[in-house]
Design a protein around this ligand. Sequence first.
Ligand code: CNA
Length: 304
Amino acid sequence: MHVSYINLLAAAICRSGSWRSIGIRATSYRGLCNSPDSFEKISTIIRDKCENVVVMAGAGLSTPSGIPDFRSPKTGLYHNLQKYKLPYPEAIFDVQYFIDNPMPFITLAQELYPGEKYRPNLGHYFVRLLHEKGKLLRMYTQNIDGLERLSGIPGEKLIEAHGSFSTASCIVCGDKHDPEAVKKTILAGKVHLCSCKGYVKPDIVFFGEQLPGKFWLHNLDAIAADLLIVLGTSLEVHPFASICDAVPYRTPRILINREVVGSLGLRDLDHVLVGDIIENINKLAQEMGWLDDLIALQKDNENA
Ligand code: CNA
């Protein structure tokens, strides 16, 4: 193996063995971007031309609900980690660090526990609406906040690629624990202990841990998809980010994000909506004639 290739590879693998993108950035894109024409074209694709949509989502989908993402300057979680006094930002999701000092993760978990503080937003309900219209093949999310479930996207349509708080297990013996009991302990600011004395954590995937088996379904979904929609992610974390490149060239891809990311924009059938996710989804739903349905869905679910 060539030395510079080894260096590149080493740089691409973060300390825990997870993959980070090697850095091909879309500096120009052929697809349409934020013109009135682009909303019209994208809305025609979603409304009239597709039946099997795969959605990929990241932390940017939940920032409008009030949960900070990782990388946004000034507001991102990595910027705000000082209060956790971590040796390096990713330590918060590092198993070895959790064993030595579980409190930073416990504090973050208290903040993020689904059903406590945060509610789904219009972006989550847009994906739910795709399901209600019979168009959602699958949603893959990196988020651990559970807002997709809270918006009513059914479990069989949802792949929580980086895990969730809905199950919990011992990091030593692997025994499953009652998630409600674990939640109660964590909300009280303590670490839940297993009978083997190991720490129990919600099944959030930490760096170096395996992704849930269901994640690998994307190999089939990517081929079956007739549209890919990418929402609020920097596409920096692999293998999740690679889903967007597994989709064949004939499949249109739509990116809705504050910035152009990954390989989005490099293919002829790519479309990019740069800017705030809620603003763009609002405009898009209006163009599609779906806005009333979207608002009603959100209202009904929030009042249920
Ligand atoms: P990231 O790397 O922080 O990227 C977020 C992306 O969203 C960036 O490109 C932002 O520009 C963009 N963005 C942020 N807010 C908006 C907005 N309002 N409108 C449009 N775009 C916006 O996060 P990723 O999800 O890409 O990284 C993957 C990590 C983040 C996963 O391992 C998650 O577990 C982790 N994470 C999850 C949450 C959560 O569950 N809500 C929060 C923070 C981090």
